[in-house]
Design a protein around this ligand. Structure first.
Ligand code: FAD
Length: 303
């Protein structure tokens, strides 16, 4: 394979063949867009009149087209198409060790766009778009997934935590960096994971509020060792309900915890009456009803 380059009047499209080539091109053109499914970039260019003079297509790069099982978790390259991901989970070929995460991811993918989009859109494109109503980012954030970024300076790994998204459609990833892979930690014994989405329509619609929720219990007990509640649609970025999670740690999973969690979430998941997207009361209520569903799901599994 040889690098391909098409030059038009306004746009230059380059398809490199090696990771080294891609990284060098990204340092040469830091504002270049990486295009896989084109379901975000295409909309921006056609409907929002954005112009990206340099497009890099990483489809041929082997390092970005694989799934590996590492010691700590399952590592997916960022071009993994959403439909492939869904299929692997359904066939249970990939996620034996990530069973509780995969159940939640599959639930989100079921309601993610339509098959046409899922057949071309990639996991990395969803992360890097950093939409506040992304369906997968809350799930990845609640799981504590790690991202490996690469540039001519080398590789670095960052966790998808409350610091990853820095503003509306912004992340800590530098313009010259490329997202190389996503590591999803293996599920542990005593861990439960759910994801919920509320949209206008059930199928093929963007979320009003979406979430990923994970709890890990101390061995053989119903005492919370770690809990992560991540929401989309409640701020300009995907967020973690940090204060609520902190307060719930060390507590028993019972009705008192439910009451306190609802009280804490109501305070923490606040929205100004003029928040973009409107439906402020509805969105705030959804954060509580999602937690209520999660609480009941976990309670049932514990008993
Ligand atoms: P692309 O458009 O190819 O790229 C998107 C962005 O990611 C670009 O800025 C690109 O530069 C950057 N990028 C991609 N890969 C890398 C990398 N490796 N390193 C650095 N930057 C990178 N989203 C949802 O969450 N839920 C939905 O239900 C949903 N429904 C949709 C329905 C429709 C009809 C459409 C058009 C879109 C929908 N989306 C939805 C949004 C979109 O499909 C997803 O965000 C998708 O995952 C984007 O992937 P892509 O490969 O098409 O991205």
């Amino acid at each position: 394979l040889k690098q391909v380059c098409f030059k038009g009047e306004r746009v230059m499209w380059i398809q490199p063949t090696t990771l080294q080539e891609l990284v060098t091109l990204k340092s040469q053109y830091p504002n270049a867009k990486l295009v896989v499914g084109n379901t975000e970039v295409g909309i921006e260019m056609r409907l929002k009149n954005m112009l990206y003079p340099v497009i890099l297509a990483p489809a041929w790069i082997p390092e970005m087209n694989a799934v590996q099982h590492t010691e700590t978790g399952e590592e997916k390259e960022r071009q993994y198409l959403l439909s492939e991901w869904e299929l692997q989970y359904k066939r249970k070929t990939v996620s034996y060790f990530c069973s509780c995460f995969s159940h939640a991811a599959l639930e989100q993918l079921r309601w993610f766009a339509g098959p046409q989009i899922r057949n071309v859109a990639a996991l990395g494109g969803n992360i890097m778009t950093a939409s506040p109503i992304s369906d997968l980012n809350p799930v990845l954030m609640a799981s504590g997934s790690k991202l490996t970024l690469i540039s001519t300076e080398g590789k670095r790994t960052v966790t998808m935590d409350e610091k990853f998204f820095t503003g509306y459609r912004k992340t800590i990833v530098k313009p010259e960096e490329v997202l190389l892979s996503v590591e999803i930690p293996y599920s542990k014994e005593g861990e439960y994971f759910s994801a919920f989405k509320q949209a206008y329509r059930r199928e093929d619609d963007i979320a009003i509020v979406t979430c990923g929720m994970r709890v890990l219990f101390q061995h053989g007990t119903s005492r919370v060792q770690e809990v992560k509640l991540s929401y989309g649609g409640m701020a300009p970025t995907t967020i973690l309900a940090l204060k609520t999670c902190q307060e719930l740690t060390g507590r028993d999973w019972n009705e008192k915890l439910l009451q306190d969690a609802c009280h804490l979430l109501a305070g923490e998941m606040d929205l100004s009456p003029s928040a973009p997207g409107g439906m402020v009361e509805f969105r705030r209520t959804l954060t509580l009803s999602f937690f209520f569903k999660f609480y009941l799901t976990v309670l049932q599994k514990l008993s």
